[in-house]
Design a protein around this ligand. Sequence first.
Ligand code: 5GP
Length: 190
Amino acid sequence: MLVILAGVAGAGKDTIAKAIIQRMENVISIPSFTSRAPRADDVPGVSYNFVTKEQFEQMIAAGELYEYDVHHENYYGTSRKLLNERIQSGKIIIKDIDVNGTEALVDLLKEDTKVVTIFLRVPKEELEERLKNRIDHLSPKEIQLRLNRFDYEESKIGIYDYVIKNDNLEKTLSIIQTIIEKEYELYKTK
Ligand code: 5GP
């Protein structure tokens, strides 16, 4: 089973995915591939696999990605091999991704495994504050690029199974944990 956690950068996807993995023993993550530079809190191979633009373009040409997208002038994508391996392990995989990637993955994987999609919402004003206060210190240009994406991501909210307003981390975590438990039970009993 694959759980997709989407929402704009700054919505809290990363924090939530990490906390869910810590709390639920059968949930694991999967690193995406990206051409962006690692940030201080990135652990290569865990948050992302870091490659050059040229290496990423070779992966696209070789058909190694289920989907990819360009954000903030960098490539991001999901490796076919890695995702298939993790799905076959029988664990629940939680993946932080954007709306385009969500649509692509739901289409590609719905015949093979259960895909549960969750969109995390934050008001635009609060998002701006969060982006300014991020520990990895985004530049004004980087903040603007992320804010520009807000309306687009919000316009796609209808494709998600669940939409959660992330205004309280503990509450959001407990809702997501319940969703995953219930969806997994349904998936297992089918
Ligand atoms: P960041 O650079 O802040 O870590 O991520 C930027 C954006 O890329 C986030 O919205 C994140 O969800 C998205 N992203 C991360 N991995 C993937 C992926 O594999 N595919 C797609 N399409 N987007 C991704």
